[in-house]
Unconditional design. Structure first.
Length: 186
């Protein structure tokens, strides 16, 4: 335990924020899909939505700040290059799969989004093995924001949540096309 504590202290702030996001993802998933657990049945379902929504907002904020701080304070690390996308994928995976399980997210939309995410992650591995860089595009950043809004709206069952989800699908597929085109053209 001492060694783990010592290792955690060595992490810079952006990596700690990414690690926090990794820990928040399964907690959010727990509140989304844990509605049938005996001790959670005591709460109204809307409270579970509020808890999941709050956890998601906190995680989304850490996503912004870990990248911002890493760039501004020149704290970009190899570990961060692994933790940040892992945390992002875990958060999106927990959100979309959880919402699909409780029938708030269309299975085809989730399938298309997650397929693109896995494909681009694999493409990034190939690019890295070739000692090249596949930087995040503006479309990729917008895609992430729209996905986050879609998850938030779906968690809260707000109007236009399904519309936002399909907008996220379109942007997700488009940004995947951009990354793929960039890889094969360069």
């Amino acid at each position: 335990m001492k060694k783990l504590n010592k290792s955690f202290k060595k992490l810079n702030l952006p990596n700690r924020l990414a690690l926090l996001r990794i820990l928040l993802a399964p907690l959010m998933l727990f509140f989304i899909i844990g509605r049938d657990l005996p001790f959670l049945r005591l709460l109204d379902g809307s409270w579970l939505d509020y808890f999941a929504g709050l956890i998601f907002v906190i995680a989304a904020i850490t996503d912004f700040f870990d990248g911002y701080i890493a760039r501004q304070w020149d704290q970009i690390t190899k570990l961060g290059a692994i933790l940040d996308p892992l945390a992002d994928k875990m958060l999106m995976l927990a959100g979309f799969l959880g919402l699909m399980v409780i029938d708030r997210a269309n299975i085809w939309a989730v399938f298309l989004i997650l397929s693109r995410e896995f494909f681009i992650t694999g493409l990034r591995v190939v690019v890295a093995s070739e000692k090249r860089n596949l930087a995040a595009s503006m479309a990729g950043k917008i895609k992430t924001v729209v996905q986050m809004f879609a998850i938030g709206f779906l968690i809260m069952s707000w109007p236009y949540a399904s519309l936002l989800l399909w907008a996220a699908v379109i942007l997700t597929l488009y940004s995947g096309y951009e990354y793929t085109k960039e890889y094969f053209v360069d």
